[in-house]
Design a protein. Structure first.
Length: 366
């Protein structure tokens, strides 16, 4: 059963006539064609019992056809009203479908109003986001192979980052150099903005890479990834420059213990919240519980952050094929920040990481 057929079966189960898919990532997952339309309208319209169609800006029509989508592709010019054209295509394909599912996590209010204006009889009352999340939750062997390849290049990025560490060099210089090395190999997109944080700056978990310079006797945190064949990697490592004090060493070792314990425990049957608790208890027992201020992990696939969340309150039972990060962190303002992360996929009896750079503390004497 194809992904489109799976969605059509779900529409039947939910007594829906049609689905309006607006998230480019979901469109890419279902059709093989991914493109960010920026401000323009792009949609995949799927019917329970009629031929689906893809609707794109005119400048994307040929690319969509070339991506392997064999159903109709309709385009529109910038001066045309896309919603009126969508309504015409809907009528030709399926008459007047009443009950629609939409992606509430993506479809904006103004675009929903545009659809309601041209399809006045339609009821856009069912949220398909959970349906899509469930479909994307279990990765196929082909998807896992792509994630492994992306992980290989994330390891390369880390190695290049380590090579570029120099006293007095800014975080931004290190990030720029490792990204340049990646692009020389034809990998053109990072999963997110590469994060390099030195010293106390690393205590800001999502603080942007800056002009802050690398200094002696401090920790440097890397969080990075790239996109290969439409799938993302994501990895974090923290390394030492010069000699660390006992506090810095302790923070690192506690974080490492928590990460290794959680990764060892990740297997079918354990719940997401149980896995989070394993790492959190280790950090709390060491006295750093107040400084572990985010969930243990997030899903990984075509996007770097997707379902599921590995966190307290999520009773989801892990199954083979699920892919997510395991990334405990300890962030002490004004002192240091440490995060150690591998993304893994659940196997029949455990888990396997996509990245393989050693997590033992690396020390660079510059």
């Amino acid at each position: 059963m194809s992904k489109i057929e799976q969605l059509q079966a779900s529409l039947v189960d939910q007594q829906l006539d049609a689905a309006y898919i607006s998230d480019p990532m979901t469109i890419g997952y279902l059709t093989g064609f991914y493109e960010d339309p920026i401000e323009r309208v792009m949609a995949l319209v799927v019917f329970a019992d009629a031929e689906p169609f893809l609707f794109t800006p005119a400048l994307e029509v040929e690319a969509a056809k070339g991506a392997g989508w064999t159903q109709p592709v309709y385009g529109y010019l910038d001066h045309e009203n896309p919603y009126e054209l969508i309504a015409d295509h809907v009528k030709k394909h399926a008459g007047t479908p009443i009950n629609w599912g939409i992606e509430e996590s993506h479809l904006t209010v103004d675009r929903l109003l545009g659809l309601q204006q041209v399809l006045p009889a339609a009821k856009f009352s069912t949220n398909l986001t959970p349906t899509i999340e469930k479909m994307r939750l279990i990765k196929s062997a082909d998807e896992i192979a792509k994630l492994n390849e992306a992980g290989k290049w994330a390891d390369f990025m880390l190695e290049e980052g380590f090579k570029n560490l120099q006293l007095g060099r800014s975080e931004q210089e290190v990030a720029a150099n490792l990204e340049y090395a990646l692009k020389q190999h034809g990998i053109m997109h990072t999963s997110f903005d590469t994060l390099v944080q030195a010293g106390a700056h690393a205590a800001e978990p999502h603080g942007a890479t800056s002009q802050n310079q690398i200094e002696n006797n401090e920790l440097v945190l890397f969080d990075l990834g790239c996109v290969v064949d439409g799938y993302c990697s994501d990895v974090s490592r923290t390394v030492a420059i010069g000699e660390l004090n006992e506090k810095q060493k302790d923070i690192y070792q506690v974080c490492l213990e928590a990460q290794l314990a959680a990764q060892e425990a990740a297997k079918p049957g354990i719940t997401a919240e149980e896995l989070d608790s394993i790492a959190r208890k280790i950090i709390s027992k060491a006295g750093y519980g107040d400084y572990f201020i985010h969930r243990l992990g997030h899903g990984l696939g075509m996007s770097d952050h997707e379902f599921p969340s590995i966190m307290e309150g999520n009773s989801l039972v892990l199954q083979p094929g699920m892919c997510f990060s395991i990334e405990p962190g300890i962030y002490i303002p004004g002192v240091a920040g440490v995060r150690i992360e591998d993304c893994v996929h659940i196997t029949e009896d455990g888990c396997e990481p996509f990245t393989h750079i050693s997590k033992e503390l690396k020390t660079f004497h510059l």
